[in-house]
Design a protein around this ligand. Structure first.
Ligand code: 5RP
Length: 236
């Protein structure tokens, strides 16, 4: 299959395929969201249908839940699972400390809840996701609709004291309507360009009352599997 793919899809597929090595029969598996995670769900579905793999999957979005059911993976809720053996998900950026920016697909809230309730989080990525310093990718934050304009102002004021290069905050849109997350919330994207201190920023963001969760994953990811268009796969 990999030979028919574009180099970027081949890289994502190879990372996803390699990540299936961390999954065994009987496991409860967190299933990430996005194009790379979709390859993982396809690969696991094939193993369920053709190799007799028996797993229960906890999806991190409606999109992933629909795909998982379609490919034959049994889907349960996180509360039914109680705890997960492993979560496998994509990322928008990762650095040398395996700190991530996630939420490009607007699912970082459920993704963080699921990954935190797992023994291990494995990230699958193509090589373009590696950065020296986080922040070129806009940092998503999930905000409740009530008082969202005030929350935006509070974020902008807080950013003045932070070690970042850019401070623009934009509301994510879906055409001419606000993007709405699976939890019924808005997503704001923070165009920071460079995040000097992810830990400090994450703590400050999550102190703002209308802000539910930010897309920085700190000390959550255990392993990053990187696929390359030429067929190589690195594990970090
Ligand atoms: C969704 C995410 C995705 O994992 C992230 O956006 C990467 O997506 P892709 O694999 O399509 O590049 O965090 O909220």
């Amino acid at each position: 299959m990999a030979s028919e793919l574009s180099p970027i899809d081949k890289a994502k597929f190879l990372a996803a395929k390699q990540a299936t090595e961390y999954v065994e029969t009987g496991m409860k598996v967190g299933l990430g969201t996005g194009s790379t995670a979709a390859w993982l769900v396809q690969c696991l579905g094939e193993m369920v249908r053709e190799d007799g793999l028996k797993i229960k999957g906890v999806p991190t979005s409606t999109r992933t839940a629909n795909l998982a059911r379609k490919v034959g993976i049994e889907v349960i809720t996180l509360d039914e699972a109680k705890w997960l053996d492993v979560t496998i998900d994509g990322t928008d950026e990762y650095d040398a400390k395996l700190t991530l920016i996630k939420g490009g697909g607007g699912a970082h809230l459920q993704e963080k809840v699921v990954a935190t309730a797992s023994d291990r989080m494995i990230v699958i990525a193509d090589a373009s996701k590696k950065v020296d310093t986080l922040g070129a990718f806009p940092l998503p934050v999930e905000v409740i609709p009530f008082g969202a304009k005030i929350t935006k102002r509070l974020i902008e004021e807080m950013l003045i004291g932070m070690d970042v290069l850019g401070r623009e905050v934009t509301q994510r849109m879906n055409g001419d309507k606000p993007f709405i997350s699976d939890e019924g919330n808005f997503i704001f994207d923070l165009h920071l360009k460079r995040i000097g201190n992810p830990h400090q920023l994450s703590l400050a963001l999550n102190q703002i009352p209308g802000l539910v969760e930010n897309g920085l994953f700190i000390d959550i990811c255990d392993v990053v599997i990187v696929g390359h268009g030429d067929g190589r796969v690195d594990v970090r």
